[in-house]
Design a protein around this ligand. Sequence first.
Ligand SMILES: Cc1ncc(COP(=O)(O)O)c(C=O)c1O
Length: 396
Amino acid sequence: MTETFSGSFTQQEPIPDEAIEAALAVLRHGRLHRYNLAKGELGETALLEQEFAAQTGARYCLAVASGGYALATALRAVGVRPGDAVLTNAFTLAPVPGAIASVGARPVFVGVTESLTIDLDDLEAKAGTARVLMLSHMRGHLCDMDRLMQICDDAGITVIEDCAHTMGAAWNGVPSGRQGAVGCYSCQTYKHVNSGEGGLLVTDDEEIAARAVMMSGSYMLYERHLAAPGPEVFERIKYHTPNISGRMDNLRAAILRPQLRALDAQVARWNERYQRIEAGLRGTPGLTVIERPEAETYVGSSIQFLLLDWAADKVQEVLRRCIARGVELKWFGTPEPVGFTSRYDSWRYAESAPMPASDRVLAGIVDMRVPLTFSLEDCDLIARIIRAEVGAVHQS
Ligand SMILES: Cc1ncc(COP(=O)(O)O)c(C=O)c1O
């Protein structure tokens, strides 16, 4: 009998009861705007920022409307100007070059290795061309952060970390987002906490923090923040920093606070599922599992493998056979952007030179979501299906 899988690859878990109760309390009092506070009230958004700063060990935190907004705000806050070059990953998703383009800057793409991380040799070669690197920890894979920071420190490059896929991850125990000057996170439904839309930005730099708060639309109400610098820092920047509204609201913050408290437990559940799938795939002829470095604490909310040097029609055949059995895989080798699987040469507003070594890797990347609604048995079944179909096409 041919086994098939009937679960949904896009179905996340429900919002926890504690978060629903907190959201209802906000709805009942009606003060959804973050600065609309009753006497003595601190507000869900300010508390969320205070708690996330403590959780990541950052001095400052700002909650905003989306992960993409956090990225663009970080670029502006570190002083990126129209026309500036900004280094970024060739293997990432559209909001990353999009954030760079949104401030009028130019993405300069850095290659991807077979470990699915930024090519540090290519970064070193391009280090002289830009002042800022927007480093995307794409699909949760952390590069050798010690070497990356050394390259960037030596070249005077400011690092902004895109942690949309690494909230809860760490490198040598340092939370992802805490090695660069700014860390940016997404709280959108498909990420590690779910408020529909939302973003968080952390930094230890008081001027970056103050500029980000002003830009997000604080008017002159910055003293209502609990994880922002003191008023003397705002005095220095407030007349020179435009308001580009993108605030978080108290409803979303209320939903997020209990989810952040449960993050470590959720990470453990994701990794159990990831490891079951990985174990099921390991040793499949023609398929390369991505090895995770020892220094990396990852969050297995998605899994990737390589069908390296396979002909495009064979990869497509694997995808067709898997979806026929209910297993939805995405492929980064597709020449046309499909759903989220765009590639550096899909973003035609940004110039890019061909990158043959990266093209070879991208042409082999197969990607799959691992929502927490999958049971461990589901994960075993999915791995069996992929293994069988990769095997069948590989042999043919
Ligand atoms: C790698 C990456 N960076 C940034 C973002 C932006 O996050 P948001 O959707 O919250 O704007 C996303 C969202 O999909 C992403 O996948």
